[in-house]
Design a protein around this ligand. Structure first.
Ligand code: GDP
Ligand code: MG
Length: 702
């Protein structure tokens, strides 16, 4: 491969909803960019991008794949990102290293929820986008619908650089407003003739050109002046104006393509070359790179995919991970297009490449010149929204399972594995059931592990709603040294102002606080502990033991064994024994007195509530709403955005298991959602009774 300097490099990510044709478009780009001389198809399972076994099996993209095209002395690096929400991590890795993106829209569908989501995400990341209307060759391609839906999604920020002359099965013509030419495609391999615009399209072309020039002039004063003076701009000036608008995410230029027939793809590449921003990387200065993906490949082992962030990367180079201090030596450096790897001598700032067999070449790692301290931070992924528990079918495999999961999540950091001490379960967090099923498939096929996936337990909490008193005497005097401790205490909810006047044994009693201990609990909420003992009934020295006993019981709440929270405890009396009183006796007395009081204090089970936001085409709004209500969801604000309904609800986590899967089947896969922890709320009475019964049954089993 030729050497490319920073100004001759473009880095683009392909985004868009599933099945819009990103992978097929990537294939055509590689063909136009002379990286391949025959195009594969999804159906034949031979595209460069979907080269992973799993991708072939599923006939869809699962991982983000780095590719490139060499086009008119420019190296266009391409990341083909999966469109499905389940595999969204790959797109976020790409956002970190690409300067622009191509949003692929399926001409049969127009803007879909998936499209809309990518617009929101890229706006959020300030990533400039070009729009490719793909599948214009399909029977259902509907140009009017596309235009209307794009207008709804992007308003005045859309600018057309082309239009198709005959969308549909015989699609073979594009009028290009930039060059004011008509391109007539004569085969399904990108061959075309350049002609004058046919008379019937001339007026429309003139009209659109005027609009295009005006938009191009809008972002630069000098261009605006020239436009006013001369009434037009040259093609180079239009490029210049558009680049400014595009870079600031103020303009989204639209292109017409059929990826399958390689129509319009070369023109799109041409535009990317001319208008997409070059990497803003320092060509000189110390060498540094950022690893955005890692993988294990047959015959190669660990492969780390990186972007050169500054300086040059060559084989033999020594770099350092500024966080761990870990040193890495580069054996060879490659340019990469899917599984095709070409050794290169040097990669310049801004370029993409890969290297094999680093010690710790995981995605999210920066490597920079030793001592320079240069670090590019982490990739910021969206919060997971699918949660399930996992265990090995055979107990002895648990350790192996742990190791395998560690490997899988290092390759896909959106699979988050945690062992919950509280629930005593290994929990997998991810973006959707399909993603988790892929994890299961890999455990099975790559690691030889049989595993079971099941509904995870819910991290309930327990608290009280009333005041209650209890006392407990622990006494053990049979044989050896005796144990004696007696504790009288009162509990009440830790809310509102601190009140110290209570009815105790039918008598109004004013408690006087001697010492106190307020604990912010690691599982949320607090424990307030007040020592109000009078007349030295219990030595001050035993207070920590009593508190310890109470805390032990809070770890395993008296109702269901869940963590307890938000409780005030007043120890107001007790008894000691001159010889037998010791720490252990007060731990036990404190624990049992607390349990007794807790049970009489109107105890409640609390459950985690999540804020759920669903975005769906409005035709499914009713179905989505009633499903949320069936999940005990409290519907909140409803809105509409660009033709989609946005529903907000507060839903108990207990009811959200496999929600993404249900939502998908309710809406023919067209809705998406986010969920975020909100707070803890008491469960309804019937749920509490059910949970108590379950715990009681389990208790007797033990
Ligand atoms: N007719 C037609 N079909 C296409 C075109 N591009 C892609 N497809 C088909 O659409 C389906 C999804 O394509 P794919 O590239 O996997 O889409 P992706 O999910 O966005 O990567 C496949 O069956 C492709 O053959 C196109 O331009 N025209
Ligand atoms: Mg794909």
């Amino acid at each position: 491969m030729k050497e490319y300097s920073t100004k001759d490099i473009r880095n683009v990510v392909l985004v868009g909803s599933t099945k819009s044709g990103k992978t097929t478009l990537a294939e055509a780009m590689l063909y136009e960019g002379k990286v391949i001389d025959r195009r594969g198809t999804i159906e034949d399972k031979n595209t460069v991008s979907d080269n992973d076994e799993l991708e072939k099996l599923n006939q869809r993209s699962i991982y983000a794949t780095p590719l490139y095209a060499e086009f008119k002395d420019t190296k266009i690096n391409i990341i083909d990102a999966p469109g499905a929400d389940d595999f969204i991590g790959g797109a976020y890795s790409a956002f970190k290293v690409c300067e622009s993106g191509i949003l692929v829209i399926n001409a049969q569908q127009g803007v879909e929820v998936g499209t809309e989501n990518f617009i929101r995400r890229t706006e959020d990341k300030k990533l400039p986008l070009f729009i490719a209307i793909n599948q214009l060759d399909s029977e259902k391609a509907d140009w009017d619908n596309i235009q209307a839906s794009i207008k709804e999604a992007l308003g005045g920020k859309v600018v057309y650089t082309q239009f198709p002359t005959n969308p549909g099965t015989s699609f073979d013509g594009i009028v290009d407003i930039l060059s004011m030419k008509y391109y007539h495609f004569t085969d399904a391999n990108g061959k075309f003739e350049e002609k004058d615009i046919p008379a019937e399209f001339a007026d429309r072309a003139e009209e659109m050109r005027a609009e295009l020039i005006e938009k191009a002039a809008e972002f630069d004063d000098a261009l605006m002046e020239k436009f006013f003076a001369e009434g037009t701009l040259s093609e180079a000036e239009i490029h210049q104006g558009l680049s400014i608008g595009v870079k600031n995410c103020e303009l989204y230029p639209v292109f017409c393509v059929s990826a399958k027939k390689d129509i319009g793809v070369a023109k799109l590449l041409d535009f990317v070359k001319n208008v997409a921003p070059a990497p803003a990387c320092k060509a000189d200065g110390p060498a540094s790179l950022f690893i955005y993906k890692n993988d294990v490949e047959p015959h190669l082992g660990e492969v780390s995919f990186f972007k050169v962030m500054s300086g040059n990367i060559t084989s033999g180079l020594d770099l350092e991970d500024p966080v761990s201090g870990n040193k890495e030596r580069f054996s060879a450096v490659y340019a990469v297009a899917g599984s095709k790897k070409d050794p290169v001598n040097v990669l310049h700032a801004g370029d993409f490449g890969c290297v094999v067999k680093l010690k710790n070449g995981k995605s999210g790692v920066t490597l920079s010149q030793p001592g320079s301290g240069i670090d590019y931070g982490k990739i910021d992924y969206p919060a997971p929204k699918y949660r399930c528990a996992i265990k090995a079918k055979v107990q002895q495999d648990e350790q192996k399972l742990g190791d395998a999961l560690k490997k899988i999540s290092s390759q896909d950091p959106t699979v988050v594995v945690e062992y919950s001490k509280e629930l005593r379960q290994t929990i997998l967090n991810g973006n959707g059931e399909q993603q988790i099923n892929i994890v299961k498939w890999r455990l099975n096929n790559e690691f030889g592990l049989e595993v079971e996936l099941f509904a995870p337990k819910v991290p309930y909490r327990e608290t009280i709603t009333k005041v209650a008193c209890a006392q407990y005497r622990h006494k053990k005097q049979s044989g050896g040294a005796g144990q004696f401790g007696e504790v009288h205490l009162l509990v009440c909810p830790a809310e509102g102002e601190l009140n110290t006047k209570f009815m105790i044994n039918g008598k109004e009693t004013q408690l006087n606080i001697k010492t106190q201990d307020i604990t912010e609990l690691e599982w949320g909420g607090k424990l307030e502990f007040y020592n109000c003992v009078v007349g030295g009934a219990i030595d001050l020295g035993f207070m920590p033991a009593i508190l310890k006993g109470i805390k032990e019981r809070m770890v395993e709440g008296p109702l269901t064994g869940s963590y307890a929270r938000d409780i005030r405890v007043f120890v107001y009396d007790g008894k000691m024994h001159p010889v037998d009183s010791k720490e252990i006796a007060f731990i036990i007395a404190g624990r049992n007195a607390f349990r007794e009081a807790f049970r009489n204090a109107g105890p409640k089970i609390l459950e985690p509530i999540y804020n759920v936001e669903v975005m769906t085409p409005s035709e499914y709004q009713g179905a989505v709403m009633s499903d949320l209500q069936n999940r005990r969801g409290m519907l909140g604000d409803m809105g509409a955005d660009k033709g989609f309904a946005i529903l907000k609800a507060r839903v108990p986590l207990a009811e959200l298991y496999r929600y993404s899967t249900t939502l998908s089947s309710l809406t023919a896969g067209s809705a998406t959602f986010t969920m975020e922890f909100a707070d803890y709320q008491p469960v309804p009475g019937d749920v509490q009774s059910k949970l108590l019964a379950e715990y009681a049954a389990q208790d007797t089993e033990d």
